[in-house]
Design a protein. Sequence first.
Length: 316
Amino acid sequence: MIVTVTLNAALDRTLTVPHFQRGQRHRASQVLTLAGGKGINIARALKRLELPVVATGLAGGRTGTRIVEELTSEAILNDFVRIGEESRTSTAVVDPTEGSYSEINEWGPKVTPEELEMLLEKVHYLSRGADFVVFAGSLPRGVDESFYAESIRDLNRRGVQVVLDSEGQPLRLGVEAEPYLVSPNQREAEHVVGQELEDEEDYLMALDTIAELGARNVHITLESGCYALFREDRHVKRYKASAASVEAVSVVGAGDVLLAQFIASRVAGKSPEEALRLAVAAGSASTLEVGAGRFDPREAGRVVSGVELVELASVG
């Protein structure tokens, strides 16, 4: 079983608006409402992969109730802590004619220490016997930036493998807590290493730097693939995985699907290399659909044959 934790859950509304123009009145051709937040997106993808998963986190007010209802309607097992303040809503506009995506995110609720303590107790309970616990997404207002790091250390002491997918200082501090895997995108990785990543040498440096800070395994996700570092039996290997170009509808959430497929493949006993190949294929397939965490595993199966996996030498 996998446990995904989303502290800053959201109700995501995605409007498909062909030929979208700023300052003009439009009528959406399609409206999609989903429970959202990176941990929830990962849970959705794991559910599509038929892997046992439970989503937990914080949910408040009528929006929080709607988030839980949406998860339940998708048959995603969930167990959220109810909080006093209102959960956030996110609105996105997709223009399929231009391949553009515009997003407006609310800040989200403030969370009390008592509510956080309730969440930690729930995570401890759910993590018993779990293959992985995944912390993913931003932190709500008022939550200390060291929350992920402290939670990872606590679960490490309990013998639980932890995956982290976040950004900014919470990500950097979390990396230092020695998680099993971190999965930042390019921008998030640049913040950790303190420089822009422009070529293969830069990405190799970033992989090594993040691993030296504490992460056992590292993904740096891109729109078309992933750079990865794996530690197996005291050996360190680095790879670049690239998928064939597809006509993307929306790239939002592709990294969440990539991470979900990688975790599912590792739980199934596949090698890190094969898991990465499958993960990049799933991430690519997810760009063909609107809605984070949604993808067709059959489409991913068709894409995987075109995924190129190259082992890279360390810049050192």
